[in-house]
Design a protein around this ligand. Structure first.
Ligand code: ZN
Length: 136
């Protein structure tokens, strides 16, 4: 048996799309050349698929912008991210973390939460004076 890092083809359950996961540890049989996932390779595939299924889609990002009539710049201010991050997400050039994905989904699902965030304009410490940080 030879250990190799190979592309592993599988289907995304949610979208039913075929994907190839790069650099998965596999064993190749010397006789028949069949390949098998190693235990480490198998864990890697599971983690990769988990991550993939939790990451927000381009469609969901668009929906967030449209629903609240936001420019990408405004969305970036509200989410406290870099100005160019949102466009990188939309272009698929940068991956959205699972926690940020869930945060945006929550804001999309709960307009009241989003409006609270927008009204407070938590842009700078000056816009949110220390006395307002105390519980009432
Ligand atoms: Zn074999």
């Amino acid at each position: 048996m030879v250990l190799r890092k190979l592309g592993f083809k599988t289907n995304l359950e949610v979208e039913g799309k075929a994907v190839t996961i790069p650099k998965v540890e596999m064993e190749r049989c010397d006789n028949c050349e069949e390949t098998f996932l190693t235990p480490a390779g198998s864990r890697y595939v599971d983690d990769w698929l988990d991550e993939k299924s939790e990451t927000i889609t381009t469609e969901e990002l668009q929906k967030f912008l449209i629903q609240y009539q936001l420019t990408q710049k405004q969305a970036a201010e509200i989410l406290k991210i870099g100005e160019k991050n949102f466009s990188r997400w939309l272009n698929g050039r940068q991956r959205v973390s699972a926690s940020m994905s869930n945060y945006i989904r929550t804001l999309t699902a709960v307009p009241e939460a989003f409006e609270t965030l927008r009204k407070k304009q938590w842009k700078s410490p000056a816009a949110f004076p220390a006395e307002h940080r105390q519980p009432r």
